[in-house]
Design a protein around this ligand. Structure first.
Ligand code: FAD
Ligand code: SIN
Length: 551
C-alpha cells in the first residue's frame, strides 16, 4: 500500500486525481473498491481508520437464502412484508438473488463464519420465516470487514487515504435548478492531515453509511453523523424515504456504559423481554412475540416504559446454558461483563436506540444518482430495497450486492470520461465565517439530538414535528452553513451542519407523511393509509417535499 495519508499531489496544486473515488470504508465502500479495481485505479477515503464503520460493529449476521428449506421467493416475501408496502420489487429481487453469490464469494475469500456440518450455521432473527442468517458468533461485522480490508490492502490499484474527511461534492451544478438536472459530479473537497484539498475523480461513489449519531441514544459509532446524506443533498441529489429511521429495540441501558447493541439474535435464540414488573409482554402486541418486526417491538417497549414509569425493560437469556451463551454471544457476554453484568444470571437492561436509515440518496438498481458520475451504495443510498422498515440482517447483504454493482458501474463510467476532470468549485456555499467555539458546536449537536429524540423518534405527531422544524431552522441560522473555504479544524462544525441538514430532511418528510407505516409512527395518524400513502416522499435542497408514486 502507498502512504495512506499523502493526499496532496504536488503536480496538481493541492489536489488529488483518481479514476474512481470511493468515500467510506464499510462493507459497501470496500466491496465497491474491489469491484472497481478490477477495471481501473481507485482511491478509497475514510473519515478515521479503515475499520471504523457501522459495518465493523454488526453483530447478528447476513441474511441469505442458502438454507436447505429456504428460497429466494421466501426471502423476498419476508423483506417486502417488513417493508410495509414500500419496497421496490426489482431492487429486492436483485439483492436477494445476487446476495447468494456475493455471500458465497465472501466465504471463499476466507470469512470464517460459524458452520454446522457442511452448511453455515443459520440463525433466526425477527420477521424471517426461516433460519437464514449466516454469522460469526456475534461479531459478523468485524469478520466481514477484516476479510474485505485485507483484500483491499492486497490490491495494488486501490489507494487508501485514512483520516480523510469528505466535505462537499464537486459539481458543475451552479445554483440554477435547470442546470442541476444535468449536473455532473467530479469528486469531493476533503480535510486530510490538517489540510483542505480537492480529490478529483472521473466517477465518485458515496458509501458513507448511516446517521444514528444525530440521536442521543443509538447503536451507531461516532463516525455516523450523516455526512454523505447532507453532502449529497447540498449538491442537488434527490433524497427519498427520509422519514423512515429504524430504532433497534434492544440497546444496553446501563449507567456508565454506551448504548451497546444487544443483538436481535439473542431474541432469535430464545431471549425474552420482560418489564420492570417481571411480566413478559410481547405476546400482548404481536403474534410473533419477541420476534415481531422491529418497529412493533420498539414501540411495545416504549409503551411498557411509559406504563411502568421505568426507563428500560429487560432481556432475559438466563434460561439458556452458560456454554451456549458464551459460545454464541462472546462479544455481548464480554462487553456486558466489563460493565458488571453477567448475562448468564443477570437480566439485561435495554431500551430502543436509533439504528438504521432506510431512506437516503435515491438510486436505481445500477446505483446511479441523479448527478452524472455520482453513485451511492449501502446505508446512505436508497434503492427502495428496505421500504418503510428493514428486515434484520438485510443491510450487510445490500452492501455486498449494491457495493459490487456500484464499483463496476462507476469504473465503466470513469472509462468513458476524458483524462482529467475540470477544475470545479464545491457545491455552493456563500458565506465564510470564523469557526465557532467548540463548546457552541457541541451544544448545537446536543440540541439537535434532544429535539429529534423528543419529537422525531419512535413516535411522532404533527405538533412536535412542527416544533422541531422551527428549532432546527433557528439552530441552522445560528450555526451557519458549511464555510466556502473550510479550515482544517472545521470538522466538528461541518458535522454539526450535516446533522442539522439530515435532521431537517427527516423532520420535513415525517411531517409530510400523515399516516403510520413501518418505522414511521404518527400518534395523530395511527393507521396505515394505502389509498393516499402508498407513495414515497422525495426531498431536494431548496424545494418543499414532493410526493411521488412507486415505480
Ligand atoms: P458503514 O459501514 O457505516 O461505513 C461508512 C463509512 O463511511 C465509514 O468508514 C465512515 O467512517 C465513512 N464516512 C462517513 N462519513 C465520512 C466522511 N465525511 N468522509 C469520509 N468518510 C466518511 N446489518 C446487518 O445486515 N446485519 C447485522 O448484524 C447488523 N448489525 C448491526 C449492528 C450495529 C451495532 C450497527 C450500528 C449496525 C448493524 N447493522 C447490521 C447495520 C449495518 O451494519 C449497516 O447498515 C451497514 O454496515 C452499513 O454499511 P455501509 O458500508 O453503508 O456504511
Ligand atoms: C442485530 O444483530 O440485532 C442487528 C441486525 C441488523 O441490524 O440487521
Amino acid at each position: 500500500m502507498e502512504n495512506p495519508t499523502s493526499a496532496v499531489n504536488p503536480e496538481r496544486n493541492s489536489s488529488w486525481d483518481t479514476d474512481v473515488l470511493i468515500i467510506g470504508s464499510g462493507a459497501a465502500g470496500l466491496r465497491a473498491a474491489l469491484a472497481a479495481s478490477e477495471h481501473t485505479s481507485v482511491t478509497l477515503i475514510t473519515k478515521t481508520t479503515l475499520t471504523e464503520s457501522n459495518t465493523h460493529y454488526a453483530q447478528g449476521g447476513i441474511a441469505v437464502a442458502m438454507n436447505l428449506d429456504d428460497t429466494v421467493a421466501l426471502h423476498i416475501k419476508d423483506t417486502c412484508a417488513a417493508g410495509a408496502g414500500l419496497c421496490d420489487a426489482k431492487a429486492v429481487e436483485m439483492m436477494v438473488s445476487e446476495g447468494i453469490p456475493r455471500v458465497a464469494e465472501l466465504l471463499d475469500w476466507g470469512a470464517n463464519f460459524d458452520w454446522e456440518g457442511t452448511l453455515p450455521r443459520f440463525t433466526q432473527e425477527a420477521a424471517h420465516s426461516r433460519r437464514r442468517i449466516v454469522h460469526k458468533g456475534d461479531a459478523t461485522g468485524r469478520e466481514t470487514t477484516d476479510v474485505l480490508i485485507q483484500r483491499v490492502l492486497n490490491t495494488e490499484n486501490i489507494h487508501v487515504l485514512q483520516n480523510t474527511f469528505a466535505i462537499d461534492l464537486l459539481t458543475d451544478a451552479g445554483t440554477s435548478q435547470e442546470f442541476q438536472e444535468t449536473a455532473t459530479c467530479y469528486g469531493v473537497t476533503a480535510i486530510v492531515d490538517q489540510h483542505v484539498t480537492s480529490i478529483r475523480a472521473k466517477s465518485t461513489i458515496l458509501a458513507t453509511g448511516g446517521l444514528g449519531r444525530i440521536y442521543p441514544c443509538t447503536s451507531n459509532p461516532k463516525v455516523a453523523t450523516g455526512d454523505g446524506f447532507a453532502a449529497a443533498w447540498r449538491a442537488g441529489c434527490e433524497m427519498v424515504d427520509m422519514e423512515f429511521v429504524q430504532f433497534h429495540p434492544t440497546t444496553l441501558f446501563l449507567d456508565g456504559a454506551p448504548n451497546f447493541l444487544i443483538s436481535e439474535a439473542v431474541r432469535g435464540e430464545g431471549g425474552q423481554l420482560i418489564n420492570i414488573r417481571g411480566e413478559r409482554f410481547m405476546e400482548r402486541y404481536h403474534e410473533r412475540g419477541e420476534l415481531a418486526p422491529r418497529d412493533v417491538v420498539s414501540r411495545a417497549i416504549q409503551i411498557e416504559m411509559e406504563l411502568t414509569g421505568f426507563p428500560c425493560v429487560y432481556l432475559d437469556i438466563t434460561h439458556k446454558p452458560a456454554e451456549f451463551i458464551h459460545e454464541r454471544f462472546p462479544t455481548i457476554s464480554e462487553t456486558t461483563k466489563h460493565y458488571g453484568l453477567d448475562i448468564n444470571i443477570d437480566l439485561i437492561p435495554v431500551r430502543p436506540g436509533a439504528h438504521f436509515m432506510m431512506g437516503g440518496i435515491r438510486t436505481n438498481t445500477d446505483t446511479e444518482t441523479n448527478l452524472k458520475g455520482l453513485y451511492a451504495c449501502g446505508e446512505v443510498a436508497c434503492t427502495g430495497v428496505h421500504g418503510a422498515n428493514r428486515l434484520a440482517s438485510n443491510s450487510l447483504l445490500e452492501c455486498l450486492v449494491y457495493g459490487a454493482r456500484a464499483g463496476t458501474n462507476a469504473a465503466a463510467f470513469a472509462a468513458s470520461q476524458p483524462s482529467h476532470p475540470p477544475d470545479i468549485l464545491p457545491a455552493g456555499h456563500t458565506e465564510t465565517s470564523q469557526t465557532p467555539d467548540l463548546d457552541f458546536i457541541e451544544a448545537v449537536k446536543d440540541a439537535v439530538r434532544e429535539t429529534l429524540w423528543e419529537n422525531v423518534s419512535i413516535e411522532r405527531n404533527g405538533e412536535g414535528l412542527r416544533q422541531t422544524l422551527a428549532e432546527l431552522k433557528d439552530l441552522t441560522i445560528n450555526l451557519g452553513n458549511v464555510p466556502a473555504t473550510p479550515a482544517p479544524n472545521d470538522i466538528a462544525r461541518i458535522e454539526a451542519v450535516n446533522m442539522l441538514n439530515v435532521a431537517l430532511m427527516i423532520t420535513e418528510s415525517a411531517l409530510e407523511r400523515t399516516e403510520s407505516r413501518g418505522a414511521h409512527y404518527r400518534a395523530d395518524f395511527p393507521t396505515q393509509d394505502d389509498s393516499d400513502w402508498h407513495r414515497r416522499i422525495l426531498i431536494k435542497n431548496n424545494n418543499p417535499p414532493k410526493v411521488i408514486s412507486l415505480e
